[in-house]
Design a binder for this molecule. Sequence first.
Ligand code: ZN
Length: 339
Amino acid sequence: MFQTTIAGSLPKPTWLAEPEKLWAPWKSEGADLVQAKQDAAFLWMKQQEELGIDTVTDGEQFRSHFVHGFLEGIEGIDWQTKTKMGIRDNRYQVDVPTVTAPVRRARSVHAAEVRFSIAHTDHRLKFTLPGPMTICDTIANGHYETRADMAMAFAEVLNQEAKDLVALGVDVIQFDEPAFNVFMDDVNEWGIAALERAAQGLDCKTAVHICYGYGIEANIQWKNTLGDEWRQYEQIFPAINASSINQVSLECANSHVPMSVLSLLPDKELMVGVIDVANNVVETPDDVLRVIEEAMIYADADRILPCTNCGMAPLNRTLAEGKLAALGRGAALARSRHG
Ligand code: ZN
């Protein structure tokens, strides 16, 4: 009961990349960089194990960004043709690469990383991939007729990749879809269909992570415009509940999301965000317990998986370690009270 996991990412150690920064360049290259990434992933898997995280990740130590880490291994993308795009509905202006030909995968993008992780943890392993809609919101379309067509093409490529990783022994494949909270009409029109295509036929648990983003300035400003109660989830959860995805990750800790939205997902396992990633305070086990108990009003305990609100990549490393420990201890406290 109350099996813990994290949204996915963890900070890069100083020897791998500049800390507390998204898109930070690597500090080494070639074989040294491969070794440094493996060392960092090893360290974070051991820390998660020690701190009571049941389903661990590689902390996304092998990629510099959660979307481009996958796209770098995909053909059909012109990285030189940069298009200025206001992504997540103009929340950030970014120069993004452009799709100029059919997207295809010549070989597995992440197999070597997953082989390494499987060999170095005896815990359940989750691997995170960007969801098709979020990919399409992070890259320009210079080839497909519609964004929905491009999403479906990426979904097929994601599905091939996910199948390879499951064959290596991954226990959970999670698709990250922060764009689901921004384009709610598109989610219902084609976003969930693309997500289900990506997850089709996977012989493991499948999950979707839908958040309000990292705790960075652009997101904090955006959140200030959303009002006192954030009800985006209400518009998409009914269709997600009807989908084939097994687990849904949502943010709950210190959030303006009303916990009652959990009642819209009666058939899913719930990765309840009990750790805020947008502040510099380490939660106490009691703080974590309180969020779990609030979730228990709307969902049976056996469907609740305590988790972080979002990735911790931009955080200070010591802070992230503290938050992992709080997650583990808080879940243990909940088990002792309610187990
Ligand atoms: Zn997130």
